[in-house]
Structures are given as C-alpha cells and as structure tokens.
Write a protein that binds this ligand. Structure first.
Ligand code: ATP
Ligand code: SF4
Ligand code: MG
Length: 376
C-alpha cells in the first residue's frame, strides 16, 4: 500500500542549518527571513495519542491518530488558512507548531532548525518567535489578572524584550496598537466585550515581537460584525509587523478573506492545498467540493441552481481510520482503488503541466474539477 507524503517537488527544499552550539542555534533562530521565503517547513508530522486500558497497569490498546502525516510550507509574510471539520486535527497541528505537544514523528523546520528536537535556550528562542492566539476570548484570559498583567506576562519569561522599568509603557503601546485605550491597563477581562478581549489576546501574542502567529479559530466565538473588525485588525498588524500567520478555522468564508493559501484537512491529513483561487474556484478533491457547496453565496443568481453536496455518514473515528483514502466512507466517487491505496497529496496527473488553477495538490485518485460555488 502506498504511504502518504507530499510530492517532493511540491514542497520547498529544507536547507537544514548546521549550527551546533546553543549560541549558534540562537543566532540562526533570530536571523530574519526574506519575504516569500519559507519560514516554517512541516514534514510528515504525526501525533498519535495513546489509548490505554486498565487502572493500575496501564496498557496501550490503540492510538488516536489526530495528525497523521501532514506536510506544508509557511512562507514569510503569508497567511496559510487551515480548514476542516471538528476533530480533524487542526488544533493538534497548532499545538505541535507551538511545541506545546511533542510530535510522535516528523519534523517542523523553523529557519532550518527542526524545532521538534530542540530544548533549553534554543527552544525558548523559538517560543518567543512563534506565538499563538486562542479561540475563546472568554476563557483564555485569566479573570483575576489585570489586562496589563495579562499582556505583560510573556515578559516574565523573556525579560530581555522589555526590562522591568519599561513594561508599563510597552503594554500601553500594545493596547494602542490593537485599538484599545492605553488607560484600560488596570481593568479586568470581564470589563471588556468579546471583541475587545480578543484584541487583548492579540496584544499578548504580539508582546514578544514574534515572526509567526498561530491563530486557532481566533474569531469563531465572536459575533459576525465583530469578526470582521478583528480580521481587519489582524491584516493591518500583519503588514505593520511583517507577520506570517497560520489561520485555523472551520468557516471557509473567513478563511478565504484572510488567506493567501488554504489547506483542507480531513481526519488527520491534508486533503488539498493551494492558493485561495485554486481551492475556492477550482477545487478538485470531493471533500473540499462538499465543504464549499455548503458555503452561502450572497449573489442570488449564483445561488439558484447551485448544487449542494450533502455528505452522508459520520466522520470515522481517528483511532480507526478507513484504509486507503480516509474520505472514502463518505465519498460519492469512491471505487475499489480508494480502499486499497492511500492517495498522495500531489498535483494530480490529469492536471500536471497544464496551465490551469486545477493544477494544485490534491490527495484524490480521481481528482477532477467541479464548480460548486457558481450555478451550473
Ligand atoms: N490530549 C488528547 N488526548 C487524546 N486525544 C486527543 C487529545 N487532543 C486531541 N485529541 C483527539 O485528536 C483529534 C483531533 O483533535 P483536535 O482538537 O486537533 O481537532 P480540531 O480539528 O481542532 O477540532 P475542533 O474544530 O473541534 O477544534 C480528536 O479526535 C480529539 O479527540
Ligand atoms: S481517493 Fe477515492 S474516496 Fe478518496 S476522495 Fe478521491 S474518489 Fe473519493
Ligand atoms: Mg480545535
């Protein structure tokens, strides 16, 4: 059975850094990356959570394959959107990139250093440069801390970024940057609205001048009108501070608005990845087509006669994924080959070498274009 993995030529080459001493590694991690160059290179990333049985003598009886061989590049200055249904492994990818979870296998190269293998001061330098904004602005902020303490907390671990005497000024500056009144520094989270709280979360994410921000459903808990304001703020900050974003969401419209490229995940794997025009206007993977067919379109003419693909069946358990293509139990095009061979994420042969936006990576044996956004 063929094993998955992205086709080599589709991913940028990893130039592994040969720095060996801690000081050399730190210097490499702090060096700037040119716009458009890969800043993060994820290769065959796997995270299996062991399933155990027994009380005293725990025995492993299986594993939840939350992330099962994911590869992608993040380019400096871009926003890579990651979409997929609940439980497909998006947050686990985020935690692996943040080194909050230990990878079962695979690599995450940041400026040529595999961060899954780092520890001590080098890991600390990585954590300063890769920050996260979380989904829920209601629970992710400690209710007993003032906004000033919340935003300034990262300085306790990295005092070199803002020495003690300078912290108040720096926090007020950050409040101003995210559009909040600097005089609110002594207020508590409950005194803010949801949108304002997410601005506080973003200010905290910016505190250490990171290069990459991993945003895990940053606007999903907010009202639609507030979502747009927060997204606009994030876009403005990206330009101002030269940030690269991994933007996780299950709302495809929001992802399209903010992303340069989009990866679609299904059951621990990437099903399709490409620029937003490639994915939204020329999807070739049946799963992406089904997701897109459910996205509302504002134009009534386009809406009329539009095909809506209803997926039947539940998402299979990640502890026991289907053989071959993981989407086959819900795919209307599935054939015998789909149960036998794992489709590789690569430009499908039918499109290879052709100048069409359908020529992007898609993990389907029978990839074909289907316009699901416009009417037939
Ligand atoms: N610490 C853990 N131990 C065991 N299983 C876990 C753990 N964390 C996540 N999982 C499982 O891994 C799978 C992927 O979870 P994950 O949170 O990454 O999904 P997600 O795509 O972020 O979903 P959502 O859209 O609901 O946030 C799920 O089946 C989840 O139950
Ligand atoms: S490989 Fe087969 S089952 Fe999987 S998406 Fe393509 S047609 Fe469907
Ligand atoms: Mg999640």
């Amino acid at each position: 059975m063929a094993e998955t993995g992205m086709k080599d030529e589709a991913l940028s080459d990893v130039v592994a850094s040969d720095a060996s001493t801690t000081a050399e590694v730190e210097a490499v991690l702090d060096a700037p990356v040119e716009r458009g160059e890969p800043i993060l290179q994820v290769r065959n990333l796997v995270k299996h959570f062991p399933l155990t049985q027994g009380v005293l003598f725990k025995k492993q009886v299986g594993a939840v394959k939350a992330v099962d061989g994911v590869s992608f590049d993040l380019y400096q200055g871009e926003t890579l959107g990651i979409v997929g249904e609940s439980g497909c492994g998006k947050s686990t990818v985020a935690k692996l990139l943040m080194t909050l979870e230990t990878a079962t296998s695979g690599e995450v190269f940041y400026k040529g250093q595999d961060i899954t293998k780092l520890s001590g001061r080098a890991l600390k330098a990585v954590r300063r440069n890769i920050q996260m904004v979380f989904q829920d602005p209601y629970t992710s902020l400690n209710p007993r801390m003032t906004v000033g303490d919340i935003i300034g907390e990262p300085f306790d671990i990295h005092p070199e970024v803002a020495p003690k005497g300078d912290r108040r000024r720096r926090v007020q500056e950050l409040l101003d940057v995210v559009g909040l009144n600097p005089e609110y520094i002594n207020r508590y989270p409950h005194q803010f609205s949801g949108g304002q709280r997410q601005r506080i979360g973003i200010a905290r994410g910016l505190a250490l001048n990171p290069e990459i921000i991993i945003c895990d459903e940053p606007v999903s808990a907010l009202d639609v009108s507030v979502q747009a304001q927060v997204i606009n703020l994030m876009e403005k900050l990206q330009d101002e501070f030269n940030l690269s974003y991994v933007f996780i969401a299950h709302d495809l419209s929001i992802v399209r608005h903010i992303s340069d490229r989009v990866g679609v995940m299904y059951l621990g794997k990437l099903a399709e990845i490409g620029t937003d025009a490639e994915i939204y206007d020329h999807p070739t993977h049946p799963y992406t087509q089904a997701l897109l067919s459910a996205v509302p379109v504002p134009d009534p003419e386009a809406r009329e006669g539009r095909e809506r693909i209803i997926l039947t069946g539940d998402v299979p358990s990640p502890a026991n994924p289907p053989s071959g293509c993981r989407f086959r139990t819900r795919c209307w095009k599935a054939q015998d080959k789909c149960a036998e061979e794992v489709p590789v994420l690569a430009v499908p042969e039918v499109f290879a070498g052709r100048s069409t936006l359908a020529a992007h990576e898609s993990a389907c044996h029978f990839a074909e274009e289907k316009d699901v956004v416009h009417a037939a």
